[in-house]
Design a protein around this ligand. Structure first.
Ligand code: 5AD
Ligand code: SF4
Length: 454
């Protein structure tokens, strides 16, 4: 028997335990947390291991082919040694893009629920119990957020908060406008209330999320039209909220106000994830990015004028259809001009239904491999240089999690670097001043200033 055809254990019709596994972007992580909180209010409890849970939710990513393949191999792995399996829900962007097709490819999937419909999970679970089809990929006009229960207390000092969803940019390679739908901003009051609830629950750092987070717009509580910078200013007034971050941004939505905010709001961390994708104007046009390499560089320059120590991060795609060697070299050139603190880089992956998937001159896999290796070598050197430049500095970190060794804790610098300290007297959630004593490619080692002085 195909492992994807395994029968469901009838005892799990009304699941008591669940496990959510999120793939892909931080918005999926956020959605996964909201699903878990909702199931918690329904009386279900989380289970650590996927196959132990009565219900497993795979909160999927559709951005590249590899991410999609992973979902199907994960579904197969959910069959237990005795041949039974949990109730399986596929949520997220693969659910949205493939809908009931998923159940044709993997017959043991019970629920298919899109990213705008997961507030209806409890109904879908009931439907499975009644033996009915449980597929919901609606994009209802009313936002799911209003239907979800209020945030529950998180044990972590950092939290994500989705402030807008969807994308109207239609880059020709990207599935997001199709899977997440049109840009919709959450209301000012909903965001401020959720931020306050997160801070009351212990969050000290909030990362505002959106596919195009800096396109957020809304009216404030006095009815005045606001953009991201106004929202950040409002959130900065929450006394116990110490750090604000946001991701991901589009260059064309980098307003003057938001750039200025980086120089004016202390709580806004000096880190900007601003993808350019490629350094060649012909490719940028074919990608429908609606900005040029130069206009991107000018934005970076202005952001650096506002906040000289800001760390810049980005995303790149190599091997977009038709990309020549010379055009790829322009990507290396823009990387050299920007000097990134860290980046994500990908081989172009044709996505069904996107314009680029039908373009001529798709690039051979070996060419993409070689370009990606060259780009990543350069980006790695820049990341190492950025990290090395912080050695000898004293900075504040927010401790987020335990390290590998006893007494070790790991926190984040303002520039989003992981900093490892050995400080058994400290706890997760503490802010601590550290001297950065050494730098590796992916993390820094720090010594607490207090300890050194003693
Ligand atoms: N192929 C490769 N990378 C992609 N991205 C988006 N779509 C594709 C695709 N079809 C990358 C972009 C984007 C990041 C989230 O994923 O760099 O910024
Ligand atoms: Fe995709 Fe472009 Fe929208 Fe980003 S801006 S989500 S890359 S379409």
């Amino acid at each position: 028997m195909n492992r994807n055809d395994a029968p469901r254990n009838p005892a799990t019709t009304a699941p008591a335990t669940f496990h959510v596994k999120s793939f892909g972007c931080q918005m999926n992580v956020y959605d996964g947390e909201r699903m878990a909180e909702m199931l918690g209010t329904q009386g279900m409890t989380p289970a650590a291991e996927g196959t132990d849970a009565d219900l497993v939710i795979l909160n999927t990513c559709h951005i590249r082919e590899k991410a999609v393949d992973k979902v199907y191999s994960d579904i197969g792995r959910l069959t237990r040694d005795d041949g039974s399996r949990p109730m399986i829900a596929v949520a997220g962007c693969v659910a949205q893009a493939e809908g009931s097709e998923i159940q044709r490819r993997a017959r043991n999937v019970d629920i298919v629920v899109g990213p705008q419909a997961y507030h209806r999970l409890p109904d879908l679970i009931d439907k499975v119990g009644r033996g009915e089809a449980a597929v919901d990929t609606d994009m209802p006009a009313a936002s799911k957020f209003g239907a979800l229960p209020a945030r529950t207390k998180q044990a972590r000092p950092t939290a994500f908060l989705t402030i807008m969803e969807g994308c109207d940019k239609f880059c020709t390679y990207c599935v997001v406008p199709y899977t997440r739908g049109a840009e919709i901003s959450r209301s000012w009051s909903a965001i401020v209330d959720e931020a306050k609830a997160l801070v009351d629950g212990g969050a000290r750092e909030i990362t505002l999320l959106g596919q195009n987070v800096n396109a957020w717009t809304g009216d404030d509580d006095k009815g005045r039209a606001q953009r991201m910078d106004g929202l950040v200013r409002e959130l900065a007034k929450i006394p116990d909220l110490r750090r604000i971050r946001y991701t991901t941004s589009h260059p064309n939505d980098m307003s003057d106000g938001l750039i200025a905010a980086h120089g004016e709001i202390d709580k806004l961390m000096p880190f900007l994830h601003l993808p350019v994708q490629a350094g060649n104007d012909r490719i940028l046009k074919a990608m429908n990015r609606s900005h040029s390499a130069d206009s991107y560089l000018r934005i970076i320059e202005r952001v650096r004028q506002a906040r000289p120590d800001i760390a810049i991060s980005g995303d790149f795609i190599v091997g977009f259809p038709g990309e020549t060697d010379a055009e790829f070299e322009d990507t290396l050139r823009i990387v050299e001009q920007v000097r990134y603190a860290q980046c994500y880089s990908f081989k172009y992956s044709p996505r069904p239904g996107t314009p680029a998937a039908d373009m001529d001159h798709q690039i051979a896999a070996e060419v993409m491999d070689e370009r990606l290796a060259r780009l990543q070598a350069l980006l790695n050197r820049q990341q190492a240089a950025f990290n090395a430049a912080t050695v000898g500095r004293t900075t504040q970190i927010l401790l987020e999690r335990k390290g590998r060794h006893p007494g070790q804790l790991i926190g984040k610098s303002p520039w989003l670097q992981s900093v490892v300290v050995t400080a058994p007297e400290l706890s997760i959630g503490d802010f601590v001043d550290v001297d950065i004593i050494s730098a590796g490619p992916n993390s820094l080692a720090g010594e607490t200033v207090r300890r050194k002085a003693a």
